[in-house]
Ligand binder design. Structure first.
Ligand code: C5P
Length: 225
């Protein structure tokens, strides 16, 4: 299975002036942890890392140090995650029928979750890993006033991996470009195009490292493994 790893973001919400994926978590760059899980997932054969040109050299060193046995490509990211994934899709070979996309920032993923997603995507057109929401979620207007309270039993927190039929996802991305749709994950594009996306049980620990607090929680989880 082909895996795209968007890794072309910044460290703004982390309060860092560099790509947060290059920051250290238990003495290894965050991206290293993500790559180690992908390396251990037997169903993943090809990994494409999508990064900004100014991070390329550092990411090449990370990849070389890990001596990964999968086929690795490093390509140029865009100014948004959506653009970065678009570039990743264009870089896939024609023979790629299905693809998994996993944010580099979700560095606590287990190899088992990768493998479960690969098993499921072979049968269907679109899926995401997700977990049921524990908090009651409020929809709030621009004045800070609650607009409504969606029924919690129907709410799931989206994670990655997200898996798709490559041809369909490429078509969705082209439609998004034509219509100016801006989304924060690929499932949202599939949904807008009326295509089904199935939920695969994610992992509570598969958090996206975004803030310094997340880094502390990630360290705690890794120490417990
Ligand atoms: O910023 P956030 O953590 O939500 O980004 C999700 C993922 O998308 C991260 O792994 C980040 O590196 C990646 N990204 C990207 N290209 C961008 C912005 C974010 O590949 N321009």
């Amino acid at each position: 299975m082909y895996l795209l790893i968007p890794a072309a973001g910044s460290g703004r919400r982390m309060g860092s002036d560099r790509n947060k994926l290059l920051l250290s978590l238990l003495e290894k760059p965050i991206l290293t942890w993500t790559l180690l899980a992908a390396q251990k997932a037997s169903s993943i054969s090809d990994i494409t890392i999508i990064c900004q040109p100014h991070d390329r050299e550092e990411i090449e060193i990370i990849v070389d140090d890990l001596k990964l046995t999968k086929a690795i490509k490093i390509i140029r990211g865009g100014s948004s995650r959506q653009e970065s994934v678009y570039n990743g899709l264009q870089a896939l070979p024609d023979r790629a029928e299905k693809v998994l996309i996993h944010d580099g920032a979700r560095c606590l993923i287990t190899p088992e979750l990768f493998d479960r997603c690969v098993d499921s995507i072979r049968e269907i057109q679109g899926l995401i890993a997700a977990v049921p929401v524990k908090d009651t979620i409020k929809v709030v207007d621009e004045h800070g006033i609650i607009h409504n309270t969606p029924e919690r039993s129907k709410l799931w927190a989206a994670q990655t991996p997200q898996g798709f039929d490559v041809k369909l996802l490429k078509e969705c991305h082209e439609k998004a470009l034509d219509n100016g749709w801006k989304v924060t994950d690929d499932a949202a594009l599939f949904e807008r195009c009326g295509l089904p996306v199935k939920i695969v049980p994610g992992e509570e620990t598969n958090l996206k490292v975004t803030t310094p607090q997340d880094l502390a929680i990630a360290e705690f989880i890794l120490r417990g493994r």
